[in-house]
Design a protein around this ligand. Structure first.
Ligand code: SF4
Length: 365
């Protein structure tokens, strides 16, 4: 298949792994940002091809994983209210809230529907004007344009029964928070290619310069990922800290200007609480005041969005690069995909789900 086979070519993967091994002279720790990259790395065993001392740690780029407990609780509360339909992507349904998840809310009579696009939720609202329809708008810069489009379409269609429960987060502020932590081990980043497809490269220059870390825009297939690793290692070994694009077939330096305009029209930057990582200033998107009528929290009056209690899940340590999933005491025992204790075990992009699916054993296990 074009654009797949050539990026999964075993000979090319072996060549790149050998080149990386040739270039590495000392230990380095790199973080891949995106959960999709994590899944590729674990699925294809790419980390096991790397030389000893070159460590890949798994970043916070799983939107389901970082959606705060209090917004899961808000979604559950909305779903249990008569007259309200909550529309969500499927992998949000089993993410634990502080008491219930959306799947349990549905079992208790709540109206929760799985959709594949926010525009499906807009269409549902248009067909069911007697119901209030809330779309759970979760995601990074990648999904924000489609959610902005949904709001604009709903406004154009004169819908007064459609709103968003917004949990949008932004990648660069999270990278900054990780690098600024006193115990940070991260020496280089594989930036998320799809986020850069939308946002371009401009935001990364100041981060690379301030923290002296290479930031390499990287794709998702094995050859893409090892090219990103090689570029990162070459920079580290030669003392450089640049922003480079190793995913040029999808990413342009300026990003997608039309998508950026859409996002700016509907959303503004806000402080955001990240599950596992805590509060990060100016790390999220919220609806602009002129779109307040589409804000589900304002519209339906659920004011309690204070952080919920922690569950003993060490996802925050994992997403900061300070632990691996199979080092969690609950991994595969108290926490499984069927009975998740934390979101990364149940999200399709979660690091713990990747380790579990591809049968990574606990150390000594
Ligand atoms: S294994 Fe479960 S409890 Fe442990 S970090 Fe992952 S999601 Fe959290």
């Amino acid at each position: 298949m074009k654009f797949i086979d050539e990026y999964r070519d075993a000979a090319a993967v072996r060549r790149l792994a050998a080149e990386i091994a040739r270039r590495v002279t000392r230990p380095w720790t790199l973080m891949e940002i995106c959960g999709g990259q994590t899944h590729s790395i674990i699925k294809f065993g790419l980390d096991e091809l790397l030389p000893a001392g070159l460590t890949l740690v798994h970043g916070p780029g799983c939107p389901v994983c970082v959606t705060p407990v209090e917004l899961i609780d808000a979604a559950v509360a909305l779903a249990l209210r008569p007259g309200i339909t909550v529309c969500s992507f499927g992998d949000m349904l089993r993410v634990p809230g502080s008491r219930l998840n959306l799947l349990t809310a549905r079992a208790r009579g709540g109206d929760v529907r799985i959709v594949y696009s926010p525009l499906d939720a807009v269409a549902y609202a248009a067909q069911h004007r007697d119901r209030e329809v809330v779309f759970f708008a979760v995601g990074f810069e990648t999904t924000a344009p489609a959610n902005a489009m949904a709001v604009l379409q709903a406004r154009r269609a004169g819908l007064t029964n459609f709103s968003l429960l917004v949990s949008h987060v932004l990648v660069p502020p999270a990278m900054e928070a990780i690098l600024a932590a006193p115990d940070s081990r991260v020496q280089g980043f594989l930036a998320a290619g799809h986020v850069c497809t939308v946002m371009g490269l401009a935001e990364y220059g100041p981060l690379a310069a301030r923290f002296r870390v290479p930031i390499v825009v990287t794709g998702f297939e094995p050859v893409d990922i090892l090219r990103g690793v090689l570029e990162c290692v070459e920079q580290l070994e030669s003392g450089r800290a640049d922003v480079t694009n190793a995913y040029a077939r999808a990413v342009r330096a300026e990003g997608n200007l039309h998508a950026q305009r859409l996002v700016r029209e509907v959303f503004t930057t806000v402080d955001r609480h990240w599950r596992g990582l805590g509060a990060i200033p100016r790390s999220g998107l919220g609806l602009r005041p002129e779109f307040a009528g589409f804000d589900a929290l304002l519209r339906h009056g659920i004011p309690d969005t204070t952080p919920g209690p922690e569950t003993g899940c060490i996802a925050g340590d994992i997403m900061r690069g300070n632990a691996k999933p199979h080092q969690c005491p609950a991994y595969g025992t108290r926490c499984t995909p069927e009975q998740p204790l934390g979101a990364p075990m149940v999200s399709s992009e979660g690091a713990c789900a990747a380790y579990h699916r591809y049968r990574r054993r606990p150390p000594g296990g």
